[in-house]
Write a protein that binds this ligand. Structure first.
Ligand SMILES: Cc1cc2nc3c(=O)[nH]c(=O)nc-3n(C[C@H](O)[C@H](O)[C@H](O)COP(=O)(O)O)c2cc1C
Length: 213
């Protein structure tokens, strides 16, 4: 099997949110898709180790905030490389409650769902949700997974269904890499000349912890 064949598949970049006993939480996800139109249903695939998985099961609902190319990339890091179990991710972002679900303000659309079925795979739960509300939040180009990798230069987290172990070692050239989210700095200004208060554009980690590889 050639794992690179999976790179030919297309995805978006989303924040899947749920309630944790009245507290909003969620995680970055690329594995989401519409399944039927009437009634409207969508699916998300969420790792069993993700705290969001437990919260969706407990509250029986989830919402998908569809990120745009203009969305702050730090959202992806905050929601994709930290656990909501010990951190209030929604403290870092503006959000609104729509159709009774927490939705990011910095997204181009949202889809709120009630869980109507689920399938347990070896590592992920596939949640099937019936859509209870969906709106366009602002006119913007939705972010694709290819844009996240190609333009933002983001990496996939280990718990994403699309994670390929080799990705971690890709790119042999010497680079400054964020130890938290694996972002590789490739800006025009030499890394050493960046100001001391410069932070990782994906997860907000400080410059001083970047590793030269
Ligand atoms: C670009 C990107 C895509 C991701 N896609 C998924 C996904 O589709 N499903 C999933 O379970 N985790 C995915 N993840 C990983 C979770 O976002 C990550 O494990 C997160 O820290 C879980 O947070 P939680 O424990 O608060 O739920 C993705 C992460 C990134 C950065």
């Amino acid at each position: 099997m050639d794992p690179k064949a999976f790179y030919a598949m297309s995805y978006g970049v989303y924040v899947v949110s749920a309630w944790d006993n009245g507290r909003p939480t969620g995680c970055t996800a690329n594995c989401a898709a519409q399944i039927t139109s009437s009634p409207a249903t969508v699916m998300v695939s969420i790792n069993k180790d993700n705290y969001t998985n437990k919260c969706i099961k407990d509250c029986g609902h989830f919402a998908i905030s569809v990120l745009a190319e203009t969305s702050d990339p730090a959202i992806i890091g905050t929601f994709g490389f930290r656990s909501g179990q010990d951190y209030n991710k929604f403290d870092d972002v503006d959000y609104s409650v729509k159709d009774k679900m927490p939705v990011l303000d910095d997204c181009c659309a949202y889809i709120a769902c009630k869980v109507i079925d689920k399938m347990e795979t070896s590592t992920h739960t596939v949640f099937l949700g019936e859509v209870i509300g969906a709106e366009t939040v602002k006119k913007a180009t939705p972010m694709t997974y290819a844009y996240y990798h190609g333009v933002i230069k983001g990496k996939t987290a280990k718990n994403a269904p699309t994670y390929i172990a080799e990705e971690e070692n890709a790119g042999a050239a010497e680079k400054y890499t964020c130890p938290v989210c694996k972002y590789e700095y490739d800006g025009d200004i030499p890394f050493e000349e960046l100001p001391d208060d410069w932070v990782c554009p994906i997860c907000g980690a400080p410059k001083k912890i970047f590793e030269k590889k």
